[in-house]
Design a protein around this ligand. Sequence first.
Ligand code: PRP
Ligand code: URA
Length: 212
Amino acid sequence: MEIQVVTHPLAAARLTIMRDKRSDNATFRSALADLGAMLIYEASEDLRVEQFSMDTPLTATTGTRLEKPPIIVPVIRAGLGMVDPALSMIPDAQVGFVGLARDEETHKPVPYLEALPDDLAGQPVLLVDPMLATGGSLLHAIRLLSDRGADDITCVCMLSARPGVEAVRDSGLPIRKLVTAAIDPELNEDAYIVPGLGDAGDRLYGPRNIHF
Ligand code: PRP
Ligand code: URA
């Protein structure tokens, strides 16, 4: 698995706004959307393209388009904030959904939604979730994709923790690349990333209270 840490100054500045505890929901959402677009741009660098004949107003020429537009798969809730930025970069992408919530005691993901095509073989997948902490949620989502034949999975996580990166890297699952803006060193006793940015879902949308 390739690990790409995007350290562009504009990306670092947006991540800093997200980390800042003074940023309210609107400020956080706006910074997350900007950083999401930057990371999707980086993550899509190696999508395959094809050439085709076309006309400018002046003459015939050769155009370039994606050979197979990817499917964007957000991990709900926090991943939803990355869908619009991803679609602004890749307007012809499909979108699938995985809903997971971490159990506050066990820190394991509790699944509550799967809305994905049955067959993902041969289709590039951009799996998007702002946070990679223990790695449990991302690994669960990757298994769902892999069970549907996905063989070209790129994970886009804005902030990652070293233990989660190692868990994903060592999982043996078919992951092409992880694109992230930073890798923080550790998790606290509640499995939050430190220094981190807090609970991404809450900072986007307010506190959740999901009953299963
Ligand atoms: C957050 C985040 C990831 C997960 C990461 O979601 O968006 O999905 O935690 O933690 P992990 O790597 O330890 O699994 P959360 O479960 O808080 O749900 P939410 O987005 O609905 O707030
Ligand atoms: N999920 C979050 O939203 N933040 C963390 O620090 C860890 C998991």
